[in-house]
Design a protein around this ligand. Structure first.
Ligand code: ADP
Ligand code: MG
Length: 260
């Protein structure tokens, strides 16, 4: 059965202020969606709420993943169910190598399915990792570095894509995977995502700029303004952004631009 992430009339507060004001969105395995919107519209808030960041207070609505209401589930449980979030600002974990981090994540999942599981063997893990790194054209020595510690913007994003390849989620949410990337890094990251996209993976690409959508082509595009999806359509929805930015959307919906 095809898994779906269904966001239903979702409301959320940040520090007491309403930021999400009724978001409705369904993403199925095999589909690529883009969520676009100006700064401050609530894009990262939505990503954080999806993953269960406790700093974000859900005040209404539902998030159904693969038929299960996940709102009361901890982030690690959501992850083990097959939901993946690539953060806009990944945290560094000095002392933990990328390889060890990935191995722990795999083992947590295996133990979830079978409490007696002894964990993936080192040779088996190495084969898996080497295989994924070759596929994504990531250099081998990358796995031995401490997670995100001193990584460039492009390296952090690449580490996230590698995590996605190893964890094989059903639905992945990529928040501003393009921010801070030069064009070469952007191409590498986008080609990594494109290699992973397929019938068993659904992707929500969250972005302010149209740029990454030249490389990752979504079938569905949604515009988020002031905590609500105001328009949904195909890639043509982004055409106006090229020339006029979000101005026409602010005007059409009677909203006041905050930053842009
Ligand atoms: P976007 O990702 O679309 O730029 P955000 O979801 O980051 O938007 O922010 C939406 C609004 O919520 C902004 O007004 C922002 O200032 C506020 N906000 C987001 N996260 C926090 C936070 N951790 N603390 C305080 N305010 C926040
Ligand atoms: Mg953001």
């Amino acid at each position: 059965m095809v898994a779906a992430l269904e966001i239903r009339n979702l409301h959320a507060n940040v520090e007491g202020s309403p930021i999400l004001k009724g978001v409705n969105l369904t993403i199925k395995q095999g589909e690529t969606h883009a969520l676009m919107g100006p700064n401050g519209s609530g894009k990262s808030t939505l990503a954080n709420v999806l993953m269960g960041n406790p700093a974000y207070e859900v005040t209404g609505g539902q998030i159904i993943f693969d038929g299960v209401d996940i709102l009361d589930l901890e982030p690690d449980v959501r992850s083990r169910l097959g939901l993946f979030l690539a953060f806009q600002y990944p945290v560094a974990i000095p002392g933990v190598t990328l390889a060890n981090f990935l191995r722990s994540a795999i083992n947590a999942r295996r133990r979830d399915q079978n409490p007696d599981d002894k964990g993936i063997s080192i040779p088996e893990f190495r084969r898996l990792l080497v295989d994924k790194m070759q596929y994504l054209e990531i250099s081998q020595d990358f796995a031995g570095r401490y997670l995100n510690d001193g990584f460039s913007g492009g390296e952090k994003k690449r580490a996230e894509i590698l995590q996605m390849a190893v964890l094989q989620p059903k639905i992945a949410v990529l928040d501003e995977t393009d921010s801070g990337l030069d064009i070469d890094a952007l191409r590498i990251v986008a080609s990594g995502v494109n290699r992973l996209v397929g019938p068993s993976l659904g992707v929500l690409v969250i972005t302010h700029y149209k740029r990454i959508l030249d490389y990752i082509q979504p079938q569905h595009v949604h515009i988020l303004m002031d905590g609500r999806i105001v328009e949904s359509g195909g890639p043509e929805l982004t055409d106006v952004l090229e020339t006029s930015g979000y101005k026409p959307f602010f005007e059409k919906y009677g909203l006041v631009p905050t930053e842009d």
